[in-house]
Design a protein around this ligand. Sequence first.
Ligand SMILES: [Zn+2]
Length: 160
Amino acid sequence: MAHEGAVAGLEEQDRESCSGDAGVDCEESNSKDCILEPLSLPESPGGTTTLHGSASVPCIFCEEHFPGHFPVAEQDKLLKHMIIGHKLVIADVKLVVDFQKYILYWKKRFTEQPITDFCSVIRINSTAPLEEQDNYFLLCDVLPEDRILREELQKQRLDH
Ligand SMILES: [Zn+2]
């Protein structure tokens, strides 16, 4: 009866309250794993690039590329670029086994769906007047798709 629609509406609200408060309501989103489709990881990112060659890693949002060997210093440059230029913060990025594939995966996904489908919004400076407040997007493994992606990358690394 009419009650079914009401239930679906509630789930929507649940998710909204979760994304508004980064990291606190994380447990709730775990139960939504079942709605995910299987992930398809890019097999050979960028076509000619390889993990061990001089591949470069693109910014998720623009055409800027960063050197690919990715010592941590270079990785930080890309991360800083994305924080300053695009207001995206990636949580626990040091734990990502394959940074290049991780970035390429999200670059593709962000062209398919709006960033707000994936990221929590963090408000910086929340005690300041509204016009001085700043919203950042947080990509972290609270999002089931992100967690599965990180686990997949780990598995692939172990297989090789
Ligand atoms: Zn960029």
